[in-house]
Design a binder for this molecule. Structure first.
Ligand code: ATP
Ligand code: MG
Ligand code: MG
Ligand code: MG
Length: 464
């Protein structure tokens, strides 16, 4: 079953059960300035759960584009290391706004997986929250789940969108990819492995968490579920990794062609294939590379992709060239992507050209520092120099170091950053005369100062 067919089967299944199909919203939430990106299918419905945004329906279903590369849900560091994480993915979801609750949510999910998709029951594992006897009863008595494949967990079964907002206990469904893959069942010490992969999270929305941490009951208990399209596609296509599904094949081949690296299972190619999706769609949704906020997250993802290309031997801009393959793969489902293609290519190419100027030198400096390294921690001064002079975001240096088993002195890096900010502050206190002096020295000095200001605003995002 192709990814597109699974998406359609899901939406039709819920439409037949009284749900209104709602198109995907933007990656930039228009209803929540505290949230960096749309990180789940429920985000566009946040105010509906809170009772502030009346809609003509009480049941909805969607395939929502999501980015998890900053804020509460951040999978940037997982990409390239696990079989199941992307920065950009599509979340299939069904929602009840004060209509049905646990019983129907569980039944719908089970019917879709075991009947519509025909998955064997013995491959599916289920968890609920430790406190949730009601969900346990439904799973055991009404669905007849084997108690061997059922467990009650704590934090893993409490879902929240961010530090504030709608939240509640959840029930998760996992798929067992079999003993060839390392990993243990949910709740076991090996659960982070990729054998038992979480495919679907059913959230029983009951609270609105406020800034003081109070859990205020929602006007009506509601349902929010999320299933990663790429993960369920891997299950349906009999492959273990998300990167082996149909959707990624052409992207990986295009990345292989563009970088000249033939082995499409190389982790760096997977990172690049992942990153082109988040970068292109962020630009479609109006984010531009910059030194602050959302734009800085985008810049970080772009530079990470470029560095992985560089690692594979690419010495010419390659990243922008992948937009064509992405368009071929997803432009049908997302006409806005097709339309924006020339701009996306232009923006990415510009970023590539800009970073190319410092990447080689920065890599040289880093390689020398790693060769001289005594111990396993890279000095904060080096990390700062790479950041300040060569434009290496903190996480990019961390990614390279992780490949070598080296960690970064983050405290030292922060200290350097703070010292630089102090210097900028002191300089600005000299007032008009001093600034006039700077102008005499030429424009570069002045724009350098502006850059400093930008940076101080982004540090909060640097190590989220
Ligand atoms: P995991 O524990 O594997 O990181 P999660 O518990 O963080 O997943 P949820 O927040 O419950 O994920 O999101 C709902 C569903 O969205 C997951 O069950 C999964 O199918 C999918 N999903 C979550 N994060 C990602 C990601 N980074 N890439 C692809 N799919 C994802
Ligand atoms: Mg996660
Ligand atoms: Mg999880
Ligand atoms: Mg989950």
């Amino acid at each position: 079953m192709k990814s597109a067919d699974i998406r359609q089967a899901f939406l039709s299944f819920f439409e037949e059960r009284g749900h209104t199909i709602v198109p995907s919203s933007s990656l930039v939430p228009d209803n929540d300035p505290t949230l960096l990106f749309t990180n789940a299918g429920m985000v566009p419905f946040k105010d509906v759960f809170l009772g502030r945004d009346p809609r003509p329906y009480v049941r909805a279903t969607s395939s929502q584009r999501c980015v998890r590369a900053g804020g509460k849900h951040n999978d940037l560091d997982n990409v390239g290391y696990t079989a199941r994480h992307h920065t950009f993915f599509e979340m299939l979801g069904n929602f009840s706004f004060g209509d049905y609750f646990k019983q129907d949510a569980i039944r719908f999910a089970w019917t879709f997986l075991t009947e519509t998709l025909g998955l064997p029951r013995e491959k599916l594992w289920v968890t609920v929250h430790v406190s949730d006897d009601e969900a346990e009863r439904i799973w055991k008595e009404e669905i007849g789940i084997d108690p061997q494949r059922f467990s009650k967990l704590d934090e893993d079964n409490f879902w929240q969108m961010g530090d504030t907002g709608p939240c509640g206990p959840s029930s998760e469904i996992f798929y067992d990819h079999g003993p060839d893959v390392w990993g243990g069942p949910p709740g076991s010490p090996e659960e982070d492995g990729d054998r038992y992969i979480e495919i679907w999270n059913l959230v029983f929305m009951q609270f609105d968490r406020d800034a003081a941490g109070n859990m205020n009951p929602l006007p009506k208990p509601s349902i929010d579920t999320g299933m990663g399209l790429e993960r369920i596609a891997a299950v349906m296509q009999g492959v273990h990794s998300n990167y082996e599904i149909d959707l990624f094949q052409n992207l990986l081949r295009a990345a292989a062609d563009a970088t000249g690296h033939a082995d499409t299972t190389a982790p760096s190619l997977r990172v690049i294939a992942d990153h082109i999706r988040s970068c292109a769609f962020l630009i479609v949704d109006g984010v531009l590379p910059s030194n602050e906020g959302r734009g800085y997250v985008l810049r970080r993802i772009i530079r990470r992709a470029i560095r992985h290309g560089h690692k594979l031997g690419a010495r010419e801009p390659f990243f922008h060239a992948l937009v064509a393959a992405l368009d071929a793969e997803m432009g049908g489902a997302y006409p806005e992507l097709r339309k924006a293609r020339p701009q996306i290519e232009k923006i990415l190419l510009k970023e590539e050209e800009q970073f190319a100027r410092t990447l080689d030198h920065g890599m040289g400096l880093l390689e020398a520092a790693l060769a001289d390294l005594k111990g396993e921690v890279l000095a904060g001064e080096t990390v700062f120099k790479l950041y300040d002079t060569y434009g290496f975001p903190f996480d990019l240096t961390a990614d390279i170091c992780r490949e070598r088993g080296v960690t970064l002195d983050e405290v030292g890096f922060q200290r350097e950053l703070e010292a630089q900010r102090e210097r900028a502050r002191a300089a600005s206190q000299f007032g008009a005369d001093y600034t006039a002096g700077l102008e005499l020295e030429g424009e570069t000095t002045f724009s350098g100062y502006e850059r400093l200001e930008d940076r101080s605003r982004v540090t909060a995002l640097v190590d989220e």
